[in-house]
Design a protein around this ligand. Structure first.
Ligand code: IPE
Ligand code: IPE
Ligand code: MG
Length: 261
């Protein structure tokens, strides 16, 4: 996607040693960057604060990463906000997260409008508490005509649930006589995922040091590059993002083939 050089330079001014835009190949910015935003709770408890404070700080970090990705001309930024397994947390924390999601989306609508960001949700948002769901639907509609970066928020998302849902949808087509089983191929499965129409993530960033995918985009990350940092999500910022992209650009992606050198 196109980017504005002046705004980009301004956003990444005063870079720490070794991290400036001059190291970046603007022709090879990942089209789709995905963040597993982990470590909010530990960020808070390590400071003697309540976990809730970590989630609030995590929202500030997400705002910075959204802006940074827009400045860099990224096509799609996706972010894992709530997994199908996160319902297992204490009710109080689930309630707080659902409240924060709704509040944040309203608060950040001006930013999304100003930056021309379109919003889509990955996951079953129909099963969310009514207010959160309504705010999501309202916000999504408000941003529908935007033509800039796509922000894909994974909320009540699980990779296995998503693949089972795709299988169910395809099975329905077969049962209705609209599809022959031998026409089921990778493209058809992909078209029945929440990410239909979006490019697969090229770079997946996980904060807080965990070396696992936690049921995230299982189909779509088949050939993604991983970047894992010990930084807790609330401390992840534009410089962390730049470091992740530089790491990505230093790698050779072979997709099962042989080295090009
Ligand atoms: C990520 O931070 C946010 C959500 C999963 C909602 P965590 O809440 O998982 O923070 P940690 O991993 O307990 O530190
Ligand atoms: C993954 O983080 C889900 C999100 C970031 C929303 P978790 O904190 O839920 O993952 P686990 O439990 O450590 O695998
Ligand atoms: Mg966690």
């Amino acid at each position: 996607m196109r980017y504005n050089e002046t705004k980009l330079a301004a956003y990444f001014a005063d870079a720490p040693e070794g991290l400036g835009l001059e190291y970046l190949d603007m022709a090879r910015i990942p089209r789709h960057i995905s963040c597993i935003m982990d470590g909010n709770g530990r960020w808070a408890t390590s400071r003697g604060m309540q976990r809730a404070e970590g989630h609030k700080a995590g929202i500030v970090a997400l705002r910075e990463i959204i802006t940074a990705c827009v400045r860099l001309g990224v096509d799609v930024l996706s972010a894992y906000a709530f997994s199908t397994e996160n319902w297992n947390r204490p009710q109080r924390e689930v309630d707080l997260l659902m409240h924060l999601f709704a509040k944040t989306f309203i608060d950040e609508l001006p930013l999304l409008k100003r930056e021309n960001v379109r919003v889509v949700f990955l996951g079953d948002i129909g099963a969310l508490p009514e207010r959160t769901r309504k705010v999501f639907e309202y916000g999504m509609a408000e941003c529908e005509a935007h033509t800039g970066m796509v922000l894909a928020l994974a909320v009540n998302y699980g990779g296995r649930a998503e693949i089972a849902r795709a299988a169910r949808r395809i099975a329905e087509l077969v049962r209705a006589g609209e599809l022959e089983p031998d026409r089921v191929d990778e493209d058809l499965v992909a078209a029945n995922l929440y990410t239909a129409g979006l490019p697969d993530p090229e770079l997946v960033i996980r904060t807080s040091g965990e070396l696992r995918v936690s049921n995230y985009l299982l189909w779509q990350i088949a050939y993604a590059e991983f970047y894992i940092t010990d930084t807790y999500w609330p401390d992840f910022d534009r410089w962390g993002l730049l470091d992740a992209i530089l790491s990505f650009q230093g790698r050779e992606r072979r997709f099962g083939g042989l080295t090009s050198k």
